[in-house]
Write a protein that binds this ligand. Structure first.
Ligand SMILES: *Cc1c(COP(=O)(O)O)cnc(C)c1O
Length: 229
């Protein structure tokens, strides 16, 4: 298992560099989030031993089980839908929440972050393609949401995230990534207080190279590193 993960990671990093070369970007601008949901601790440890430090999980329970067993400098990113009643439990263990999809969730995060005297980095999830099955703000709602969330002292809005549709050919998602990038740049230019717009989380195993070409600063890759779930 360890050898496979190592080989997969080398391939992913090669692909990241190629996509950066094609688009005139520096590979240092792109952070790989190794999506380890459903995978055992040994798989995370193997990726950690290869130098990975950022891991993505979509279930609170799994983060709570895994985090205490792993090195302190291994960072968990919450990338899945987060229920308000789980915020308190998960906050101490996560570096960033990518999946803030409502104002009610943001106010719960504010309340709990204040309680433990932390400032939490978050991204707003945007349902760019307006898929019924997906969580997130529509592109039209994002600016209004940010203008409210930026008043929360224990939350720092760091950028945007999207889960693009499942497609056969990754090129089909290029317009989705372009649209999110444009929204990100538009909001960045507004210089909203307490908001720095430095993170654009988009691209998964099937389409991360296209996402990088269109400006992703974080890509979330699971299957391409750890194999099928
Ligand atoms: C599972 C998941 C990923 C990774 O998907 P792969 O296709 O396995 O790379 C990325 N983002 C989110 C939000 C996920 O839930």
């Amino acid at each position: 298992m360890k050898e496979t993960i190592l080989a997969n990671l080398e391939q992913v990093h090669t692909n990241i560099r190629s996509a950066c070369d094609r688009s005139g970007r520096d590979a240092k601008e792109v952070t790989l989030i190794a999506v380890s949901k459903t995978k055992p601790l040994q798989a995370l440890q193997a990726a950690y031993d290869c130098g990975e430090r950022h891991f993505g999980e979509n279930k609170v329970q799994e983060i709570l089980q895994k985090a205490p067993m792993l090195p302190d400098d291994l960072h968990f990113h919450m990338i899945g839908h987060l229920q308000r009643n789980k915020v308190r439990q998960v906050l101490p263990y996560v570096t960033m929440i990518h999946s803030v999809d409502s104002l009610r969730l943001a106010s719960e995060i504010q309340k709990e972050a204040e309680r433990i005297d932390k400032v939490i980095d978050i991204l707003l999830e945007v349902n760019v393609a307006k898929e019924e099955s997906k969580f997130g703000f529509t592109a039209d709602e994002v600016l209004d949401a940010i203008s409210q969330i930026c008043r929360f002292p224990n939350i720092k809005v760091c950028g945007l995230m999207t889960i693009a549709p499942f497609v056969e050919n990754s090129e089909q998602n290029r317009p989705v990534f372009q649209k999110l990038f444009q929204l990100y740049v538009d909001i960045k230019h507004k210089n909203i207080d307490n908001t720095n717009m430095s993170v654009l989380s988009m691209g998964m195993t099937g389409d991360y190279q296209v996402a990088i070409e269109e400006g992703a600063t974080m890509i979330r890759v699971g299957t391409g590193i750890f194999g099928v779930r």
